[in-house]
Design a protein around this ligand. Sequence first.
Ligand code: SPD
Length: 385
Amino acid sequence: MKRKQLFTLLVILIIAMMALAACGAPATEAPPPTEAPAAQPTEAPPPTEAPSQEGIEPAKEIVIYNWSDYVAPEMYDLFEQETGIKVIEDNFSSNEDLLAKLQGGAAGYALIVPSDYTVAIMIEEGMLAKLDHNNIPNLKNLDEEFTKMYYDPGNEYCVTYLWGTTGIGYNKDQLEKPPTSWKQIFEAQESDPWYGRMTLLDDVREVFSAALIYLGYDNNSTDEAQLAEARDLLINAKKGISGFDSDTYEELIGSGENLVAHGWNGDFLQADDEFGNIGYLIPEEGGTIWIDNMCIPATATPEEKLAAEMYINFVLRPDIGAMLADYTYYATPNKAALAEMSEEYTGNPIIFPPDEVRAKLRLIKPLGEFESVYQRMWDEIKAAQ
Ligand code: SPD
């Protein structure tokens, strides 16, 4: 090696060593044996500190694919302050959109929030990574009930995020008598004040569930004739609605532009916080109940996966779980967080429906190949004039 090259190499080496000293040695590097051990922290490390995992450092930035209005605004900043990991959120409007996007090859998501039946589909299709429970010690805070879900017993792949119900929200100021039956929605009359001023969720399984429940059928029916009946009912119902909407329906009720909407309980409660004029009910024939989950796509890199597990652990902290529940008004599966919540939350029958209402709530189930029949009829509904 020439002297000039040797000199350049030496300079690069010195600069690299100085930079290393400034940043601190990487976590995986063993300290030189003669060096005095670093002072032990007197306090316990923050619970979000990166768990040791040989050779892997958590990603510095992760993208979470979530429903809209489904996180307390300060959570991402807090997580970044504690861990240095920046969170970017992207939104989807239905389980089917989420599934289609991932099946279409979209990568780059470290964490996704599918509902129960979609988790079952994703596990079946090998789309999820197994969680490393060593990185999620706060799993102990999860209510035991949520460790036994049919779609993922033992939380091998996912951890429950929040759960809720689907029913009818309405503008209390403008409606003395809200509709209490699906009949008044699907067979609305021009004389009904909500005629033309109501929306249905833009969600194939939710809308079919409501129609099938109204018709007296199983909301997971695989009888094509029953489904066709529901499709025809929905095509006819289109004249009484202003559209299908899963993202802004609650604000349209609050502002008075619409009077009635098919939607999710916590969304209406959040909007009621803002507008102070929104009611919610489960129609007399019944509605749906669902459980949303934090899961890691199989496409996540090891660094993204570690950062996502740290985020799951963060959400499972009592204070963060309480912050999430308090903001979203959805039911928390985190028993340690629940213990921190006010009576106003724990005693709210819209968040925790009483037994007689719960008896009327149905889960949406995965239907395998038959899902495509729902999708075909949904397309027919959307295309009908
Ligand atoms: N704005 C957040 C809505 C969360 C809805 N969860 C999905 C239920 C799907 N059946």
